[in-house]
Write a protein that binds this ligand. Structure first.
Ligand code: PEP
Ligand code: MG
Length: 861
């Protein structure tokens, strides 16, 4: 740097590349200068150097962003690429550390331009002065600049008097304690908003959390506080406009600083560290949003595992562990952390072994994944860097795993949100090892309904099945690990329940309906008696259904419907046979690819598909869906750039068409398994256009032509994008297209334009919406004209209430969750075809899903 005068600072280009105006960066946080003012560089080489002499004041653990403070106090943040925090440091190497002094042109970070470019949304590197109150202007150059050599911009500083001058009398002001409602805490976006707000005031403003405090006008300082969701902060100010500043910032924090935040229950939120105790109340408390059902006693959520549980609430909290914040000897703290991690690894490997013996390989795999999390370099880096700053091992670890989990949860997709829960679970395990404190509840009373923010896989695996009759969590979704375990243990469960469930006092009598996704309070003894009778009747009926599980599903007038299973692997294939499945209608092959650090080889896949086929009876169908991952369900080893709208982006077959070798390997593995006994079918997910189908089919044909199995495997389409249902006639006419199966989970979501995992919208994503049923009915008609069959493999196929309507619409095959098979078969047997057709006719003419469901009262099924 050369300070040409006291009022001007020259910034040297930190990279070789082309200058880009900051306003053109495709990220509003930078383009709207919420982080600060500056410029962007489109880099031609991966070497980031310091634009000024100064001190490194922040180096992010994932090494994608660094801040240097100049002698004049300018804090210059350099952020390599967009959304690169998600790369977890992969491809970046830091050459400096926090606190180090650097000269202009000194190398700070080098990064692999090709690798990062492939994985990141953009390589544009932002260079911004974050403390804009010191600036009167930044004047960037244009065109090509040479890193470390050329001048990239001139910063004009405000005259000293102007930036500090105040008129009036300085006063002190402080806010009440404010609970941060942002789901991922004060990360970059809300912090940018907070800082922009603070900068509108002349006063000195601090954000405090416990004993920590940060300058509210510094992004770097606030981000370093790492304030998590649910933590309490206080805003203090000193200056002539201190009161106004505190009022405005407090309001901003309460309103979520521009983010859409869930409503907090009064008195606190879902707890994390340092949190607010959750009051145990039985009386209704004032809640801004009020009960979603309109009835205080009825709490709504999503069905995670069917069944009725009647019992008394036990709240399960994990936030009780108390830790010291600071420690003297960082070497000792590092050793403590390492040995706690080692002990946790031992426990996990024992738990994995026990699950594989007592439950299944699939459940055991969850604990194998936990062991992998404990080796994650980003997580370990986060903890190590906090220890190096003087924090105790426990404090550093707790902050690290919560921040890491928040980061995952903040990506807003079901699979990663589930992963966040795993991170918290395994994090808690290590924390307990570190502190010797356990947050267990001791022995649970009989007929317990557990209520928690999240139940971790460890909680569910260790549940005393004889005492827990149901559970409800405010987090999680139908596809979370917890839901999978609940279904396999056959415990009724509700996910995504209203947050006020956490306020229900221990011991309150409640009824949990896992099928409807509800929890009801205020139940009388008479009601309980009536429900227990109903439970007994349900148990009787279940026994009758189980006894007939191996009989075919034929309507009273002789119309047969094939009832098959949705599976995730070999264990499920075996289990499905025990429940009377007539084959497999959907093998979600992504389960074969998940929880690993490299893709399964062709030989490994062949083994798995062969084992699944052998588990079935000879000739039974086995439908293998090709890999259904993408922007919303990433795999670490499959580079797919992050996307703005992952559900509308490169997912499903679009990944296979972009990376054909992945698809080809999978097809070869299926073909190689085709003589194992079952009748194999390949099904392509997320087909939207005829062109998608033709390209996928061509790849299939090319691979099939190389082997002798050409006639043994049929090929079909997953109908989950409305275009396929609308154009069923044209798709059915396509050469070699043998069958279709409706993925109602996605079809409903795309038809209604509602994300199926969206916390506010998910309850409306009901496949019994007449629009969805009409699409299925019209597709069935078009396909039957061409002699093609139609299955349904989305969740609605497991819903006995929907079964007669689906049969009436012309669905030939129902592919359901394994435990639902006997009841789905029974539901088919309860009707004649003409009644089913009449119900279907009425259903497509209904106005709402509720009207549709009223056509088939639950008690009738
Ligand atoms: C569906 O979309 O209905 C379906 C079965 O696929 P998945 O739930 O795996 O997306
Ligand atoms: Mg789908």
């Amino acid at each position: 740097m050369s300070a040409e005068s006291t009022a001007r600072v020259s910034l040297r280009a930190p990279l070789t590349g082309v200058m880009v105006p900051i306003e053109d960066v495709p990220d509003p946080v930078f383009a709207r200068k919420m982080v600060g003012d500056g410029f962007s560089v489109d880099p031609l080489e991966g070497r980031l150097t310091s634009p000024v002499p100064g001190e490194v004041v922040d180096l992010q653990p994932s090494r994608h962003a660094i801040t240097v403070r100049s002698a004049e106090g300018l804090e210059i943040l350099m952020h390599i690429g967009l959304d690169t925090v998600r790369l977890g440091g992969d491809g970046f190497r830091a050459h400096v550390s926090e606190g180090q002094r650097v000269g202009a042109g000194d190398l700070l970070i080098d990064f692999d331009l090709d690798d990062v470019g492939r994985k990141a949304k953009s390589l544009l590197t932002q260079v911004v002065v974050t403390n804009t109150e010191l600036l009167s202007a930044i004047i960037p150059v244009t065109g090509l600049v040479s890193g470390g050599i050329d001048e990239a911009a001139v910063v004009e500083l405000k005259p000293l008097e102007e930036s500090t001058q105040e008129s009036g009398t300085a006063v002190d002001a402080a806010s009440d304690a404010l609970v941060v409602p942002n789901p991922t805490g004060l990360h970059a976006r809300p912090t940018a908003t907070l800082v922009a707000l603070a900068k509108q005031y002349r006063s000195d403003i601090q954000l405090r959390r416990g004993d920590d405090s940060a300058n509210a006008k510094s992004i770097v300082a606030i981000m370093s506080l790492a304030v998590a969701c649910g933590e309490k902060v206080v805003v203090t100010a000193h200056g002539t406009d201190a009161k106004e500043a505190v009022a405005a910032i407090s309001q901003g924090i309460r309103e979520g600083l521009g983010e859409d935040c869930p409503t907090l229950p009064s008195g606190g939120v879902v707890g994390t560290e340092d949190t607010i105790p959750i009051p145990t109340i039985t009386e209704p408390v004032a809640e801004t949003a009020g009960p979603r059902s309109g009835d205080w006693n009825l709490l709504l959520g999503a069905s995670a595992s069917p069944g009725l549980g009647i019992g008394r609430v036990v709240q399960l909290h994990h936030e009780d562990i108390v830790v010291e914040e600071f420690a003297e000897d960082r070497h000792k703290e590092r050793r403590k952390l390492n040995s706690a991690i080692d002990r946790a690894l031992l426990d996990l490997s024992a738990l994995q072994k026990r699950m594989s013996e007592e439950a299944s390989e699939e459940k055991a795999a969850i604990f194998a994944a936990h062991q992998e999390i404990l080796g994650d370099p980003e997580l370990l880096d986060l903890a190590a860097s906090a220890i190096d700053k003087g924090k105790s091992a426990a404090f550093a670890w707790r902050g690290a795993f919560n921040a890491f989990a928040d980061q995952l949860a903040g990506l807003k997709n079901e699979i990663l949100a589930g992963r966040a829960n795993d991170v918290r679970d395994v994090g808690q395990r290590v924390l307990e090892e570190l502190t010797g404190q356990r947050s267990e509840k001791g022995e649970l009373p009989e007929n317990t309904i557990l209520v928690a923010e999240e139940l971790t896989p460890s909680d569910t695996a260790q549940l005393d099945r004889s005492r827990v009759v149901g559970f409800a969590t405010t987090g999680g979704g139908a596809s979370s690990h917890v839901a999978i375990i609940a279904r396999s243990l056959d415990i009724p469960a509700v996910a995504g329940i209203e947050a006020r469930a956490l306020d229900i006092a221990d011991g309150t009598l409640v009824v949990l309906d896992g099928s409807k996704g509800t929890l009801r309070m205020g139940v009388t003894d008479e009601e309980v008696a009536r429900l227990r009778e109903k439970q007994a009747r349900m148990a009787e009926r279940k026994a009758v259904e189980e006894a007939a599980k191996d009989e075919p599903a034929v309507t009273t007038d002789g119309h047969r419907v094939t009832v098959v299973a949705n599976i995730g692997g070999v264990d499920d294939a075996v289990a499905s046979m025990d429940k009377g499945a007539e084959g497999v209608g959907l093998l979600r092959s992504e389960f074969v690819f998940m929880g690993r650090s490299t893709a399964p080889t062709e030989a490994e896949q062949t083994q798995i598909y062969t084992d699944c086929a052998k588990a079935l009876k000879p000739g039974q169908p086995l439908v293998i869906r090709t890999l259904d991952v993408g922007g919303d369900k990433p795999l670490a080893y499959l580079p797919i750039p992050a996307e703005e709208n992952p559900f509308l982006g490169v997912r499903g077959i679009r990944v296979g068409l972009e990376q054909p070798e992945v698809l080809r390997t999978q097809i070869r593995a299926v073909l190689a398994s085709s003589d194992a006994g079952a009748k194999l079918h390949v099904m392509f997910p997320m087909i939207a256009t005829i062109d998608d189908w033709r390209r996928a089919k061509q790849i299939f044909d090319e691979e099939r032509s190389k082997v002798a199995a050409w006639d043994r495997v049929s090929v079909g389409i997953m109908m989950e994008v409305p275009s396929v249902a609308v154009m069923a006639r044209q798709f059915a006419a396509e050469d070699g297209c043998d069958f279709f199966s409706v993925g109602t989970n996605d079809l409903t979501s795309y038809t209604l334009a509602m994300d199926r995992g969206h916390p506010k919208l998910a309850s409306q994503v009901d496949p019994c919406n007449p629009a969805v049923l009409a699409l299925i009915g019209q597709a069935a008609e078009a396909l039957h004209e061409r002699g093609k069959w139609l299955g349904v493999c989305g969740g609605v196929a497991s819903d006995p209430q929907a079964v007669p309507i689906l049969v009436g619409l012309g669905v030939d095959e129902l592919s359901c969750s394994i435990p639902a098979i006997p009841s789905v078969k029974a539901a088919v047997r309860a009707y004649d075809l003409s009644t089913c057709r009449a119900l279907a006719e009425k259903a497509v003419n209904c106005a709402t899903p509720a009207e549709v469901r009223a056509l088939v009262p639950v008690d009738e099924v």
